[in-house]
Design a protein around this ligand. Structure first.
Ligand code: HEC
Length: 146
């Protein structure tokens, strides 16, 4: 009898940690979704040399690609349509223009790690520079003021 209840407990604990694990990974799963940027002009001198400012600002194709790239890679934390649900900053309030580019790029390239906890994973390596600026181009079209 004692052994039996112990087994039951172990099974219950395993089932619990399994469901916890699934829930955690549902939230923390940030496998980047590749973005097709072939329709955008390559960055000079090459796509791996980081520019300081957005070369695609106002480019209609970049805005279109950026919107879907955002939906696939950023919305789960920053909210659909860039309207934050509260777990990450609302990106509509990022500063426009060159000033905002700098901070945007900092997070896009390096993410945010504080006290060893990953608040935002770096995105640049997986998605690339062209996708990064495309997302930034779209974000500027949904900008909101304070
Ligand atoms: C796993 C969740 C997650 C994903 C996915 C994510 N972010 Fe973030 N992001 C955060 C969090 C949390 C912060 C706030 C970090 C902090 O305060 O240290 C943040 C901060 C930022 C900031 C700075 C905002 C500010 O007001 O300071 C930018 C820009 C940003 N993210 C862009 C992006 C872009 C672009 C993508 C998609 C390519 C993306 N993030 C994907 C969670 C995420």
């Amino acid at each position: 009898m004692r052994n039996f209840s112990k087994v039951t407990f172990v099974v219950a604990a395993a089932a619990f940690s399994l469901s916890l694990g699934t829930r955690l990974s549902a939230h923390g799963d940030v496998t980047p979704q590749p973005v097709d940027t072939t329709a955008l002009p390559d960055i000079q001198p090459n796509n791996d040399t980081w520019l300081e400012h957005n070369p695609y600002r106002g480019n209609a194709k970049a805005i279109e690609i950026g919107q879907s790239a955002y939906a696939q890679n950023c919305a789960r934390c920053h909210g659909l349509g860039a309207v934050s649900g509260g777990i990450a900053p609302d990106l509509r309030y990022l500063e426009l223009g060159d000033e905002g580019d700098t901070w945007y790029l900092e997070r896009y390239r390096h993410g945010s790690v504080r006290d060893g906890k990953v608040y935002m994973p770096p995105m640049a390596e997986a998605l690339g520079q062209k996708a990064g600026w495309a997302i930034r181009s779209w974000l500027e079209t949904v900008h909101a003021d304070d």
